[in-house]
Write a protein that binds this ligand. Sequence first.
Ligand code: UDP
Ligand code: MG
Length: 321
Amino acid sequence: MSEQIRYSIVIPMYNEEAVITETYRRLKQVMGSMGEPYELIFVNDGSSDRSVQLIKEFSLRDDTIVLIDFSRNFGHQLAITAGMDYAVGEAVVVIDADLQDPPELIVEMASKWKEGYEVVYAKRLKRNGETRFKKWSASLFYRVLKASTDINIPVDTGDFRLMDRKVIDELKRLPENNRFVRGLVSWIGFKQTAVEYERDERLAGETKYPLKRMIKLSLDGITSFSIKPLKLAGYIGALLSMSGFLYLMYVLFLNFFTDSYVMKGWSSMISISLIFDGVILIILGIMGEYVGRIYDETKARPLYIVREHLGGQYENGPTHA
Ligand code: UDP
Ligand code: MG
């Protein structure tokens, strides 16, 4: 129990019974080949399948396993936050449970870390076996995010990355609730570099990120790192009132200097007013996204709740919770 852990591997899992055995085997293989002390932190994010039983079975014969079992599903970003809170390693790697992120890449990440980089993130060159819509929407999201913020958040990069202890300790000081972890890591800074890979298909099971969750994650990313959408209202308003004023001038001109009728019929009125009402509601919705998040933060609830914590060297409970 006293040996200093070099690598902590954080694996969030939500109903991953179909893949977790193979993921465990591949991780053991890779970490074993590296020849330094490590821990495998499985964070169970409220699975309703046998994921937890499987981890408990592995842990009977393996004391590198740490299990953090959430009281319910708190979401992927909070699962990796908990894993990082409990990690004791000098470097922490976050990796998906479904083998879409190849464990073998950890070797390359570690060698970059030893060169002196404090964050090594994995950039996706290609995504295999995902729907065209997912690829397109993900690509669009990363570009909108990049355009809307001054923080340099790398595009096409998920949470698969290695972080130095220094970065992890800074992350623990950020208490926000609606977390977009990869953005926070960029915000923190330090020396960052990329390794590139092709993202494979999920080994088995289904994606736990349906459209609704993807939208939530995108909005968390954008609202956490930009207030540009809030300024949109001002720009649109200025544009509309200016065109309104010009149009008024035109109407007055028609009225005084020609004999044409002003504004025939009411259908044009209705459509204009529908469009402008729509614009106003959209802007209210944008404000709602921010106000709702302010409300979440003021409640200052713990980020997650742990039912059970097995193994590992962490004694004092998580910093965030
Ligand atoms: N995950 C989680 N909680 C959730 C949703 C997902 O811990 O509420 C985990 C999931 O088990 C996986 C990782 O987050 O290890 C990424 O999820 P998934 O592979 O379903 O997302 P995708 O790769 O399809 O974007
Ligand atoms: Mg996946």
